[in-house]
Design a protein around this ligand. Structure first.
Ligand code: BGC
Length: 352
């Protein structure tokens, strides 16, 4: 690990440390032990200078005050749970609602503002791998079971890999993801409207006005959700379709083709910025991909570089299971039982 340094201090006096992974002139990552947040993700610019392509905030209080989940590992259940409720093995659980009646990204006190413990790693000396651990007690935000989570970031050449693993001591539900917003032109450089997006999915999950899935997958063909060929993000997010209108852009779960959990990695999406020539492919073993075009970024926060983030200034490609999946038996189950290991892998394969 190169150069860990103090990033700030929490209200209870504990310090927040920033860890850097990767090497100058190549992919470099700065991760905080607050929320396991990707604070900076730098790719080399034309002259080799680092260009930060991840939206982030300048200070600890900014992260604690924000409800945009910049760069964080979100959990226990990324995305929405209808009425903050589910039933498992005959027992009903009422969770902490934080968006009207909905539980979003883990509830009132999600993983994104917890301080994670940094684990020593055998590879720590080479500055390429960082493992962070979080224990969520039984009953945390209403979720059953004590959940132990390990998030491991690894940088190898132009590839960033995130492994999310979890164990429980009682039946529960788990859905973890990283919520990084990307702007390949550089964070704070305006909108990603002209980025080209591919989503390798024939189906997506229509939602109601609260972002809750209606229950069944629908074909993307003939809709703004048809991203099987590269399309400008702005054109999709402004598409003339009722589903786009309901959530003010794209904020939907897609079902990438190919195997789901356990079946190995397959490409779920690709994003490129024709102006800078930077791009990425997103590979995952997860069943679903939430595409969120930064619809709620509203100019109320100033990012790392001192520029304000407005609507559409970043795009989040969140690998996960579908929202509210525990309440829809036809969707991939998010149930985790004692003795099973939750394991989700996501890779960002960058080009520059
Ligand atoms: C959700 C959005 C939500 C955002 C919060 C995304 O993952 O899909 O609906 O507004 O997170 O930052």
């Amino acid at each position: 690990m190169n150069d860990p340094h103090e990033f700030g201090v929490l209200p209870d006096g504990r310090s927040v440390t920033a860890y850097r992974l990767g090497h100058p002139g190549a992919l470099q990552l700065t991760v905080l032990d607050l929320g396991a947040i990707i604070h900076r993700l730098e790719l080399p610019g034309p002259g080799g200078e680092p260009i930060n392509v991840a939206l982030g905030l300048p200070s600890v209080p900014d992260y604690l005050d924000s409800d945009a989940y910049f760069g964080a590992v979100v959990g226990r259940y990324a995305n929405r749970i209808a009425d903050s409720r589910f039933t498992l093995d005959g027992t009903s659980y009422q969770l902490a609602a934080n968006e009207g009646r909905t539980c979003l990204h883990g509830g009132l006190d999600g993983f994104h503002t917890r301080r994670w413990e940094v684990l020593a790693s055998p590879r720590a000396d080479v500055g390429e791998r960082l493992a962070l651990r979080l224990v969520s007690p039984d009953g945390d935000q209403g979720f059953p079971g004590r959940l132990e989570v390990i998030a491991t970031y690894q940088v190898a050449g132009p590839v960033l890999t995130l492994d999310l693993q979890a164990l429980t001591d009682a039946p529960t539900v788990v859905n973890l993801t990283n919520h990084v917003y990307l702007n390949l032109a550089g964070e704070g450089r305006g909108s990603v409207d002209e980025h080209r997006l591919v989503v390798d999915a024939d189906e997506y999950l229509p939602v109601d006005e609260h972002g809750i899935p209606l229950g069944s997958l629908a074909p993307v063909a003939g809709t703004p959700f048809d991203l099987r060929e590269p399309r400008p993000v702005g054109a999709a997010a402004r598409g003339d379709h009722e589903q786009v209108g309901l959530v003010g852009g794209i904020d939907h779960s897609f079902q990438p083709r190919g195997p789901a959990a356990g079946g190995g990695l397959r490409r779920a999406a690709a994003l490129s910025d024709p102006a800078s020539g930077r791009g990425l492919e997103l590979w995952t073993d997860q069943a679903a991909l939430q595409v969120y075009t930064g619809n709620a970024l509203s100019g109320d926060v100033v990012g790392t570089s001192g520029r304000r983030y407005r609507q559409g200034d970043g795009i989040a490609l969140e690998t996960q299971v579908h929202p509210d999946a525990m309440n829809h038996p036809r969707l991939t189950s998010p149930v985790l039982r004692p003795g099973q290991r939750y394991a989700a892998r996501t890779q960002w394969r960058f080009t520059w």
